[in-house]
Design a protein around this ligand. Structure first.
Ligand SMILES: [Zn+2]
Length: 1057
């Protein structure tokens, strides 16, 4: 599953003081996120270019008032706001009930039981009767304590009992698109593993009209159901039988049910789109992680894999699709058809999917005969917007089959582009569903970032066909087993498609590694494998720690093992567990075996448990053994838990890791090859080649490891001199890594504030994209901390000084359209660097940059032709809105309204948040919640982006608090959206007053909002502490300016004074 853009993505999002700026975007995939660093809302001075355009025109104002009126005028929203209560709240309330007191729960259960239909003779006195089933988990999960009540009544436990398990489902669903309901019947073939009188499975929001159980053997016959009832607290359907089912026998459970096709994006839900002035509807499923139970009664846990035979009945004006190809269509006289699909292989319920729609499609097929189709709105198919995704999917299937040495398991793969979806995409087996923005590409207007983002989402989902669909994590605690892999392969797979993008070796660092180390350096972080007991926990595990830390750990492991052995291990793992489930230990075992097959005896499990069961990561400090004037061969290395808030590193002293540290030494013009050292103790000493006082040490070569490296000040000085004298001696990845490490070490109090600034003063010498990208990320972070301080100009001048030379040299792009990556691929590094520099220059106030942006916007308005190169449109739009008058805002708003290209719409909307006009920002905030023009998922982005604008910060923060009830009702159910929003509006707060406001808000309203609130509090406290402890030093350094660094000629490693 791709958590993305709106959906999920800020889940654990980043701290501001920790991050900021480049955090827009995407993904499942981290890819893009930093891809389009926010050009910085409104950073522009009020004077200057504003004069270039005329004042407010009456027509402009009228235009916007009309929009506002049209928009707020009141048709009900298609999705959302009116939901009576969010699922989550209901769940949470239910859980609270059940946990708080058994008595209360019992009362609820009795009350509920009474309401439910009773089958067979009257049985409430039977409730305590019958042998309770066993208490062992089917697998996965840590030992769960089971109370006596739970033993007697297994539906009181949050997990299904393991007395019976499903083998096959015959599922028939009739879909009524006219009134948005569906009805169905399901026949489940079950195997009884332990004698039991209870059948407990999942069902949620379903109206069950009949249940029946029969023994599946000759002469078996019906088994009387004493009664059945729903147990909503655990979303379960319970059957109490007159007699026990017997172990080793098979039975059939038949249930008929009906329900609404929901208006929210879970279970079996509806969605719509406009075509030719008409509203057209579709219905589609989203079952992950726990919503299959909203569409049919089922054993809705990942380890209960079974086969499925589905048939769908619907009106013939729709088509339908599911995981498997259709076998036959039977037309009825009523204008309806029944479509029967082929039987699936064994799979988890949450990967089952179906859709009923009137979409058009394009298709292709692989050499192995797998049919790939892309289905989307007819107009999108006609314009060719789906062709790019179709084309890369075909290549990717071949890539993964070759990489994993395991064939794609199904005869077909459909990619379905839907207008609304809770995630960027969902990897249902054979039927992956994407939100349109993540799969439709209009090459004429799409930026390189957009294309890359979309590409990575597709790469991610296709990877899941193996890691996820074919081999499924046993339980949600190890969801990173699939999400970490899919995220890692976004980079590997994209490199296959576009080798010059150099994703895994470069982009991975800024978008994944640097990003997640920000989060995982907080004391509110958590281990990547975390205990999961109830439904709220399940939603919580889909966070950036699972995705990004998972990917970073996998990458570290792949580098330690070497690609060949890593692939061998993965191949074994997939073959051993295909069509089944696996836990992390299963993976470690296969990887250890692969290592052992070549005589490398590493217990991968023992190493990785430290990384997966402990939160956080170490900072490794490397220094030469003090040897006076003498040359030395020894280095000392120590490790400690890295934490931001502790200043000087007082993390958890009991934490220790097995760290695969690679080290090289360098001097002037050359660097040694790397040495791998395993660090297992707090402090160790290791022998290297001979070093003198001009030799520097460099750790974590190419930043393949998931940790930070610190050095003594003398070594930092030597590294900085090296960067100034000849940066090329140090690899691109390490140059980016040094910037990120130095900045964050200073942020956390491990290094003086001047070290990263002195280091970044080499940037005028830097010609590669990645170090610039790393630098801009940390500079935007600092910017958000400083942008309301008195001496801010000292900082912006420093940044402009670093940027000026390279910006002038790179200039602005021409207007070449990139088609299918051709142009893009050739020029990617150049284009991205150019974009990065323009963004920095315009954000921090480079006058020439401002003039250029304003000229582009003026040209667009006067000619009505948009000649702005797609790759920098977001920067130009935002700069224009920020600097120019209200007419420009109206113009962009009009374009937002009229644009059909999804990528363009998104950046137009974001540009509107760049205004420095409080009236306009307020109006936009209100429109975001009331206007049909702003999609529900985009409203969050509007609020967050207004908050990023220094002039909008207070507005967004106040708006958030005022509208909390509305926002919580709308997004509270999707923890990730809530989390993104909470982080987004709070991460900029950095004064004592704001901290108090946040505390007050949490106390009065926000206590139920999940982990985002404590994290927000930690981040804001960190911001305030940084101001108290470090701001003065930073400005002192800026006032003095960088110390002169001697630019030593190559070969001369002499020290600066
Ligand atoms: Zn995923």
């Amino acid at each position: 599953m791709c958590i993305s853009v709106w959906a999920f993505f800020l889940l654990l999002q980043t701290p501001t003081w920790l991050i900021l700026g480049p955090l827009s975007q995407n993904t499942c995939c981290g890819a893009s996120r930093s891809f389009k660093p926010r050009p910085v809302a409104a950073k522009f001075p009020l004077m200057g270019p504003r004069d270039l355009t005329s004042g407010v025109t009456p027509s402009g104002r009228r235009m916007s008032e009309q929009w506002a009126a049209a928009v707020t005028g009141g048709r009900p929203r298609v999705v959302g706001g009116e939901r009576p209560a969010s699922v989550h709240k209901r769940l949470v309330a239910a859980f609270a009930l059940s946990v708080v007191t058994l008595v209360a729960v019992a009362a609820v259960a009795v009350a509920l039981a009474v309401r439910f239909q009773e089958c067979g003779g009257g049985g409430d006195e039977e409730e305590e009767a019958g042998g309770p089933p066993g208490t062992d988990r089917p697998s996965g999960g840590r030992g769960e304590r089971v109370s006596a009540a739970e033993e007697e009544e297994p539906w009181r436990r949050s997990r299904l009992p393991d007395a019976v398990r499903p083998r096959h489902y015959d599922l028939n669903v009739a879909v009524h698109m006219d009134n948005f309901t569906f009805s169905g019947d399901v026949g489940i073939d079950m195997e009884c593993l332990k004698a039991t009188r209870f059948i407990v499975l999942h069902a949620d929001r379903l109206e069950v009209s009949s249940v029946a159980v029969t023994a599946k053997r000759p002469g078996g016959g019906a088994i009387r159901v004493q009664r059945h009832f729903a147990f909503p607290a655990n979303q379960m359907l319970v059957l109490v039988l007159h007699r026990e089912l017997r172990a080793s026998r098979t039975y059939r459970l038949d249930v008929t049910f009906e329900a609404a096709i929901e208006d929210e994006l879970l279970g079996f839900f509806r969605s719509s789109y406009g075509l030719g002035g008409q509203r057209r509807y579709l219905a589609v499923t989203q079952f992950s992680p726990t919503h299959a139970r909203k569409a049919f009664p089922c054993f809705d846990e990942p380890a209960f894999k079974a086969t499925f035979s589905l048939s769908l009945r619907h009106h013939a004006r729709y088509t339908s699709l599911s995981n498997m190809p259709a076998l036959e269509d039977a037309a009825g006289e009523d204008g309806w058809i029944t479509r029967r699909f082929a039987r699936t292989p064994p799979m988890s319920t949450y990967y089952l999917a179906w859709a009923v729609c009137d979409f058009a499609s394009r298709e292709t097929s692989t050499e192995g005969g797998v049919t790939i189709r892309l289905l989307a709105r007819p107009d999108a198919i006609a314009s060719g917007a789906g062709d790019y995704a179709l084309h890369i999917t075909k290549r990717l299937l071949a890539f993964y089959q070759d990489f994993f040495k395991v064939a794609y398991a199904l005869p077909k793969l459909d990619l379905l582009a839907v207008p609304k979806h809770p995630y960027a995409a969902m990897e249902n087996w054979g039927l992956s569903v994407f939100v349109e923005q993540k799969i439709l590409l209009d090459a004429q207007v799409s930026s390189a970032s957009y294309q890359m983002e979309l590409t990575m989402v597709v790469v991610h989902e296709i990877c899941h066909q193996w890691f996820g669909d074919l081999v499924t994590p046993l339980w949600w605690e190890d969801v990173w087993l699939k999400e970490g892999f899919a995220h890692y392969f976004e980079y590997v797979g994209t490199d296959f498609l576009f080798p010059k993008w150099n994703m895994e070796k470069q982009r991975f660092l800024t978008d994944v590694l640097h990003e997640v180390m920000l989060l995982d350096g907080l004391s509110s972080s958590h281990p990547i494998s975390q205990e999961v007991r109830d439904a709220a926990d399940i939603d919580r595990v889909f966070d950036w720690i699972a995705y990004k830390k998972g990917a970073a750990l996998i990458r570290m492991l792949a580098n330690v093992m070497g690609q060949r052995l890593f692939r061998k291990g993965l191949n074994d793992y997939l073959l051993s567990h295909m069509y089944g489930n696996a836990a992390r230990d299963d993976l470690w075992k296969k990887l250890s075996e692969a290592m052992r097959s070549e005589g490398r005896d590493i217990d991968v499990g023992a190493v990785m448990d430290r990384w997966t069961l402990q939160m956080g990561y170490p900072v490794v400090t490397v220094s030469k053994n003090p040897a006076g004037q003498l040359a030395t061969r020894y280095i000392s290395v120590s490790q400690e838990h890295f934490l931001y808030g502790q200043d000087g590193g007082r993390g958890n002293s009991s934490f220790q890791w097995q760290v695969p540290l690679t080290v090289a030494v360098g001097n002037g013009s050359r660097v040694s090859s790397e040495t791998l050292i395993w660090i297992r103790n707090k402090t160790e000493s290791h022998e290297m080649s001979e070093m003198d006082d001009k030799t520097w040490l460099l750790g974590n070569i190419n930043q393949t490891g998931y940790f930070r490296v610190n050095y003594d000040l003398q070594n930092w000085k030597l590294l900085i001199e090296q960067l100034h004298a000849d940066p090329q001696v140090i690899s691109v990845a390490n140059r980016a890594g040094l910037i990120d490490d130095a900045f964050n070490l200073a942020r956390a109090g491990y290094l003086p504030q001047g070290v990263p600034l002195q280091l970044m003063a080499y940037l005028p010498e830097e010609a590669a994209f990645l170090p610039w990208h790393a630098a801009s990320r940390v500079l935007y972070q600092l910017d958000k901390l400083l942008d309301r301080t008195d001496d801010y100009n000292l900082f912006s001048d420093y940044v402009l000084k670093q940027v000026a030379t390279r910006y002038r040299q790179m200039g602005w792009p021409g207007n070449a359209v990139n088609a299918e990556g051709g142009v893009l691929q050739a020029a990617y590094q150049t284009e991205e660097l150019q974009r990065e520099l323009i963004m920095l220059a315009c954000s921090f106030g480079n006058k020439q940059c401002h003039r250029q942006a304003v000229a582009y916007i003026s040209d667009w308005i006067s000619s009505n032709k948009n000649r702005i190169p797609p790759n920098i449109r977001d920067v130009v739009y935002c700069t224009g809105v920020s600097l120019m008058d209200e007419d420009v805002w109206e113009f962009i708003w009009m374009k937002f309204h009229s644009s059909n290209a999804v990528s363009e719409k998104k950046i137009l909307l974001e540009a509107l948040t760049c205004s420095d006009n409080a009236f306009l920002l307020n109006r936009l905030l209100n429109l975001s919640l009331t206007s049909e023009l702003v999609a529900e998922q985009d409203a969050i982005d509007v609020i967050i982006h207004v908050g990023r604008n220094p002039r909008g910060r207070n507005l967004a923060w106040r708006f958030f608090r005022d509208k909390w009830d509305v926002l919580d009702a709308r997004y509270g159910e999707a923890l990730f959206m809530n989390s993104k929003l909470i982080t987004g509006v709070t991460e900029f707060l950095n004064t004592e007053k704001e901290l108090d406001e946040l505390k007050e808000f949490i106390r009065s309203s926000g206590e139920g909002a999940g982990p985002a609130m404590p994290r927000a509090l930690e981040i804001v406290k960190g911001n305030v502490r940084w101001h108290r402890l470090h701001r003065r030093h930073l400005y002192q350094w800026l006032r003095k300016g960088p110390a002169p660094v001697r630019r030593s000629p190559p070969g001369d490693g002499s020290l600066a004074a």
